[in-house]
Every structure is written in C-alpha cells, then in structure tokens.
Design a protein around this ligand. Structure first.
Ligand SMILES: Cc1cc2nc3c(=O)[nH]c(=O)nc-3n(C[C@H](O)[C@H](O)[C@H](O)COP(=O)(O)OP(=O)(O)OC[C@H]3O[C@@H](n4cnc5c(N)ncnc54)[C@H](O)[C@@H]3O)c2cc1C
Length: 367
C-alpha cells in the first residue's frame, strides 16, 4: 500500500488526508499540537466562502467546483457545516472591489444580483450607506463552520484507520525524498510527502521559505445592539464595504457575529509575537472604519478576539512547490479555507499522476 505523510493537520492537510484515505492509501498526519490545533489558521467558528474575488476571476470560477467538493465532504461527515446566507460586496466608489467583482461576474457569467442603496439597506437594515452606494449579491455563499469541519474531518480520518500523530513537532523535512524528521531525530518516510504547515512554514523550511511574508490578523466577535441582532443573523455576509473596511460573518448556529478589518493585518512572526491580544485596544481599531456605516455603532459590545496567522504574498496567489516525492503548499492568504477540500482532492490526483504538478500549480494560482 502506498504511504503518504502529511505535515500539518489544518484544512489543507486533513482534506488531502481524506482524499488519500478514500483512494486506499496508508495515511500519516503529524501535527505539533492537537488535531485540530486551536492556533492553526483553520480553527475558528466560521470562515467565509463566496465567489466575490474582485478582478481575480480565476478564483471566482473556482468557487462552484469548491462547493461540489464541500458536498462530497458533507456526504462523508453526514452533516453540512455550511449555511447559505448569500454574500454581498458593497461599492462606495468607482472601480472599488465590488465594482471589479461585478465586472468579473459578468465576464465569467456567474449568477448575481445588483442592489441599489435602498435595496442594500433593506437587506441589511443595520447599515446606513452614502448616496450612490450599491451592492452585488451572490449565492451560494456564507459561513463554513470551520472548527466543526476540521474536528469532523479528524474524527472521520481516525475512524478509517489514518494515523493522526499529535503533539509532535517536525524539525526538518526533505520533500524531494519524501522524508520528515521529528525533534528527537526519528525519521518518517513516505511515497509522497505533503507539507501543509501554514504560517509555521518559514520556521520549518528556513532555507527555502524563511522569508515568506507571514501576517497576523485579529478578528472581532461582537454583540450587536438588540434591535439589530435578528437582521445581522438573517442578512448576507459582507465581503467588503468599500475598500477601506472589511467583512462580516453572521451569527448562525451559535457561531457569533464576527468582524474583520482588512488593513488591521500586519507582518509578524508567530514564533515572536505569539497569540496575545488586548481586546480593548484592538476592538476599537477593528470597529473604527465601520463607524460611518453601522447604525448605533457605539452600542456594539466586543466579546472576543480571534487571532490567526497566514502567509500572504504580494501577488496574492496560492503557491504549490512540487518536486520529487513532495509538495509544499504555501501563500494561502486569508483565502484557502473555502478551497481546502477541492485542493486536497487535486493534490491526491497529482500524486497519482492524473494531473501534472505544473497544471496544478497553475490552477491553484487562479489562472
Ligand atoms: C484570521 C483569518 C481569517 C481567515 N478568513 C478566511 C475566510 O473567511 N475564508 C477562507 O476561505 N479562508 C480564510 N482564511 C484562510 C484560511 O483559514 C487558511 O488559508 C487555511 O486555514 C490554511 O490552512 P492550512 O491547513 O494551510 O494551515 P493551518 O490551518 O494553519 O494548519 C497548519 C498546521 O500545521 C501544523 N504545523 C506547522 N508546523 C509544524 C511542524 N513543524 N510540525 C508539525 N506540525 C506543524 C500546525 O500546528 C497547524 O495545525 C483566514 C485565515 C485567517 C488566519
């Protein structure tokens, strides 16, 4: 039986493990922490899936196949950890992200609906928008319940005999030769080796990825004013509100209402900065850009900060580095969760020789 070794038990590692288990491989996943690791980028109450991608039409086109891959995951897990709330990008000025998204939807022939300002405020009555604002809505889109997904995948894998080795840090890898070494020096070898170490990659492979740009991002869970609890729950997820704010994910299935301010992310090494946050200071920074648009913003109560790290390259495209027996997945940005299962299936295709590494890398880069 062919053997695949996977370093990293986040959405990329677990999705790839699932694809290999289904093809009859002997699968061994190793993580430095528990699986799922609460500090991994894949662990939070929710992550968004939406076809809105600004001018990056290649990624917009990948979202429908990504949903098909999620459907296969739900079939395996026996439950769909997703709610179709739809998603909206709101335009505040010419040529902004929402405007680029609309042009891209038209070019790609993707279903959408355009709402004028009154239409947006009717769908999202907790917002007050300037004259000339409009929105582009598309579905299916909305929250993927990330922590339930990764926990469900880990249980599914264990039940099917995959080996999930927890609390074991890999000190060194040689993807070309399909080798990894634990901190105690013991060696693990596979016919195939996948490195899916998220933002820890610079520390694991300093010679090749030491300069990979890692970013710290903090998201804020809030309790909205009582008057708007229901409308926030029922409204589409906001992909972006102009270009200077960020996004929101609705409180479905008890996940909580979450707000992200895009420009709040900053370059940082997780081994240096860690996971500390001062909620009083950070919540003010995250909410401030939304102040002109949220009704009664002073009544929003910060509840919790969720911290995460990702590698984000300037060109903002996922990068797959293949060679010999190995593959390294990097530059996943704040974007990979939605594509995890689809990528996992295609990585298994590549290792089985059904797709060339070049074609897979080209596709993952959104071309
Ligand atoms: C704040 C934030 C918001 C995001 N929002 C979205 C969103 O709305 N939609 C979306 O699609 N995507 C989103 N993303 C991106 C998405 O979550 C990530 O791209 C994705 O989860 C990356 O998965 P991964 O498996 O590559 O990495 P991770 O989930 O980080 O997993 C890597 C794993 O490798 C393990 N590991 C690392 N080094 C070693 C080692 N040396 N030895 C053993 N184990 C090791 C780690 O412990 C970890 O468990 C967001 C990310 C963040 C941080």
């Amino acid at each position: 039986m062919s053997r695949v070794v996977i370093v990293g038990g986040g959405i990329v590692g677990l999705s790839t493990a699932r694809a290999f288990v289904k093809r009859g491989f002997d699968v061994h996943v190793i993580d430095q922490g528990p699986i799922p690791h609460p500090r991994g980028a894949s662990v939070d109450r929710h992550r968004m899936i939406r076809p809105h991608y600004g001018a990056a039409t290649g990624y917009a086109r990948m979202v429908a196949p990504a949903f098909e891959a999620w459907d296969r995951v739900w079939d395996d897990l026996g439950e769909a950890h997703f709610e179709d709330t739809g998603a909206i990008a709101i335009s505040l000025e010419e040529g902004d992200y929402a405007a680029k998204t609309l042009a891209s939807f038209r070019e790609a022939g993707l279903n959408h609906e355009v709402l004028d300002r009154d239409g947006v405020e009717a769908a999202l009555p907790h917002l007050t928008l300037p004259e000339g604002a409009w929105g582009v809505v598309a579905a299916p889109a909305g929250p993927l319940f990330a922590d339930r997904i990764v926990a469900g995948l880990a249980d599914w894998l264990r039940a099917r005999g995959a080996r999930l080795e927890e609390n074991t840090r890999i000190a060194r890898v040689d993807p070309e030769r399909g080798l990894a070494w634990r901190e105690d020096g013991s060696e693990i070898s596979g016919d195939h080796l996948l490195v899916a170490a998220g933002a820890w990659l610079p520390g694991l492979m300093p010679e090749h990825h030491g300069e990979a740009p890692a970013y710290r991002q903090a998201l804020l869970y809030v309790e909205p004013p009582a008057e708007y609890v229901q409308s926030w729950r029922e409204a589409p997820a906001i992909v972006t509100l102009g270009d200077a704010t960020g996004y929101t994910l609705p409180d479905r299935r008890g996940a909580g209402l979450k707000i992200g301010y895009s420009a709040h992310r900053r370059r940082a090494r997780l081994d240096v900065e860690g996971f500390e946050s001062d909620i009083e200071t950070e919540s003010k920074i995250i909410l401030a850009p939304f102040a002109p648009y949220f009704r009664e913003i002073e009544a929003y109560r910060p509840i919790r900060i969720q911290l995460g790290y990702y590698i984000l390259a300037p060109e903002r495209r996922f990068r797959l580095v293949a060679g010999g027996r190995g593959l390294v997945v990097t530059d996943c940005d704040g974007q990979m969760f939605k594509f995890g299962p689809l990528l996992g299936e295609r990585i298994a295709d590549m290792f089985e020789g059904r797709e060339s590494p070049q074609a897979l890398a080209h596709w993952a880069a959104g071309h």
